[in-house]
Ligand binder design. Structure first.
Ligand SMILES: [Zn+2]
Length: 322
């Protein structure tokens, strides 16, 4: 039976109810030790109902470690009650343009500092790159976000770029993305104040697209020169045309519009160092746009195993999107 999960119901869940929900989403096939991966742990029930009572406490049969459903997740070691975490996740999963830390702070009554921390951990969990390859018609494009010149910085043509950056002018950060027409999007930001290179772009394309089962469509940028040695490549010359039958990049361009409306409307200024996390957030929602808010919330619960944490630091294949 489908569970009735709503923002209101989540706020009323006890700490135990939250843990039980998390355990079901995190371990659909039953609990496993987060340290050694052993299934089927002992369940420890405590007789006295103390203030710190945890009903779902497990003990690993192999390594004998005790654990709860939050161990090894983004919730570990947090003093914020789980129902507030869950409510924040629900808000971030359901609002199209994103939710600012200020909004979480006001709505849930946690300090701004806690709200900021919580939002960042949740965005980490929203990271979506499972390494699967894009197929079919794939559009690629780059855009630039952030860093509008302000005040005097905009009117000093005599300054060099490094003088302007010192004076507070922020360069826009390039973001590169690919979109499977009708399907998923995957985006990457470059390092602060660096430019995207042809090598990076082509590596990103080759490691994220199934070259045997896809066709690429881009504009005429030199980034893509020579990519047609790897897969069919359609080019739309934006200087003279916008759409030529199926040859267009309107899918990724409308994604950029959603991203920018969200980034500028909700977050005002995004530090380039955190841009990757915001990209995670928008990608997570976009790639699950066809399911309900409650389903999106449940999906995130299933991937809260912390990427930030010790046991997850397995080497990943080299991927410029990661
Ligand atoms: Zn174990």
């Amino acid at each position: 039976m489908a569970e009735q999960v709503s923002f209101i119901s989540i706020l009323q869940w006890s700490e135990d109810q939250c843990r039980e929900f998390l355990a079901r989403k995190r371990w659909p096939d039953g609990p496993r030790c987060p340290k050694c991966g052993e299934p089927d742990p002992y369940t420890i029930t405590r007789k006295s109902r103390t203030k710190n009572h945890v009903s779902s406490l497990y003990r690993c049969k192999a390594c004998k470690k005790q654990f709860t459903a939050t161990v090894g997740t983004i919730f570990e070691d947090s003093k914020i009650p789980l129902n507030k975490w869950f409510a924040a996740i629900y808000l971030m999963c359901s609002s199209k343009k994103g939710v600012s830390a200020h909004q979480i702070h006001r709505t849930l009554g946690v300090t701004y500092k806690s709200a900021w921390f919580l939002c960042h951990r949740i965005r980490e969990a929203m990271g979506d790159n499972d390494g699967s390859l894009f197929t079919g018609v794939v559009e690629a494009d780059e855009t630039y976000v952030g860093g509008k010149p302000r005040g005097h910085a905009a009117h000093r043509p005599d300054q060099t770029m490094s003088e302007r950056i010192k004076a507070g002018f922020r360069k826009k950060t390039p973001v590169f993305g690919i979109l499977e027409r009708g399907g998923r999007v995957r985006t990457m930001a470059t390092q602060k104040n660096t430019r995207l290179t042809q090598k990076q772009v082509q590596q990103a394309l080759r490691t994220n697209i199934d070259l045997e089962r896809a066709a690429l469509i881009t504009d005429e940028h030199p980034y893509y020169f020579g990519i047609n040695r790897h897969l069919p490549h359609g080019v739309i010359r934006h200087k003279s045309e916008y759409v030529r039958g199926p040859i267009h990049t309107q899918g990724i361009e409308s994604y950029w519009a959603i991203l920018k409306r969200g980034l500028y409307g909700t977050f005002h200024h995004v530090d380039a160092g955190y841009l990757g996390q915001y990209l995670n957030e928008f990608e997570f929602r976009f790639n699950r746009r066809k399911i309900s808010d409650a389903e999106r919330f449940a999906a995130l619960m299933g991937q809260t195993n912390g990427r930030l944490l010790w046991f997850c630091q397995t080497a990943q294949p080299e991927n410029p999107f990661a």
